[in-house]
Design a protein around this ligand. Structure first.
Ligand SMILES: C[S@@+](CC[C@H](N)C(=O)[O-])C[C@H]1O[C@@H](n2cnc3c(N)ncnc32)[C@H](O)[C@@H]1O
Length: 251
């Protein structure tokens, strides 16, 4: 699915913003997360139990797949799985495709341009759906979560990784200093000041864990579990489509 120019150039956090920083995105990610981002994606990929379905091979959708790191991690951890990625930035997607080929997963991972608000897939078509550091960038989170719920099969898994405000205490204070002072400064030097101020602002603006869990439930997800990673710098949300929900029901 190809996005219109108007869809791609929407404000902060849009595909257009990520097009501008795509070439430096991976390096900056490693740097500003002090290498933690790889570990967080590994934990998310491992949390997908891809054993309960009847579909072979299991199908996983990675929404806002960016440069493909989570899709690659899922392919590594789940040797039988086929992974479809979708992202609003062509620049990020193109870099991702090259990484997928280099990693030798060209036959199991497909990365396409597309919009999380209108996933071009039929209901219940995936055994698991993931989104890493993407939901914060999508203003209409409720709609994106409803789309994610719609395309996940009944009993399937949804895994959401997102940056958060670090917890209280001394370590949390150090982590907050890192996110609110070091990240915009280093990001500004190496990429674009505005883009990395946006990163800091969007983390501050993202709802607390309990509130986001309620948003997930309202979008038709249940059995929501949360895991705080690295003092709450990152949170993993795991859920399933609600059996009683018209979005999650087996029709
Ligand atoms: C911080 S990056 C995360 C990329 C990747 N998931 C990762 O773990 O590194 C956020 C991604 O969300 C994408 N994005 C923003 N709005 C989107 C939308 N409406 N639909 C699909 N992707 C979107 C951006 O293009 C960007 O690649």
């Amino acid at each position: 699915m190809v996005l219109t120019e108007a869809e791609r150039v929407r404000g902060d956090g849009s595909g257009a913003m990520f097009d501008r920083i795509a070439a430096r995105y991976d390096v900056l990610n490693r740097l500003i997360s002090l290498g933690g981002d790889r570990r967080w994606r590994r934990i998310a990929a491992e949390a997908l139990a891809l054993d309960g379905g009847t579909r072979r091979p299991p199908r996983v959708l990675d929404v806002a797949s960016g440069t493909g790191d989570l899709a690659i991690e899922i392919a590594r951890r789940h040797p039988g799985a086929a992974v479809q990625g979708i992202d609003a930035s062509l620049g990020m997607t193109e870099i991702g495709r090259r990484k997928v080929d280099r990693a030798g997963f060209g036959d199991r991972i497909t990365l396409d341009a597309g919009n999380a608000l209108e996933l071009p897939f039929s209901d219940h078509s995936f055994d698991a759906v993931t989104i890493a550091f993407g939901i914060r960038n999508i203003p209409d989170r409720d709609r994106a979560l409803r789309e994610i719920t719609r395309v996940t099969r009944p009993g399937g898994r949804v895994a959401i990784l997102e940056a958060g405000e670090p917890s209280a205490g001394l370590t949390g204070a150090l982590a907050r200093f890192h996110i609110h002072v070091v990240v915009p400064f280093v990001g500004g030097l190496l990429a674009g000041a505005e883009e990395y101020r946006y990163l800091e602002r969007s983390i501050r603006a993202f709802p607390p864990v309990s509130e986001f869990v309620r948003t997930m439930a309202a979008a038709g997800l249940e059995e929501v579990e949360t895991r705080s990673l690295t003092f709450g710098v990152c949170n993993l949300f795991l859920a399933r489509p609600a059996a009683a929900s018209p979005l999650g029901a087996d029709t």
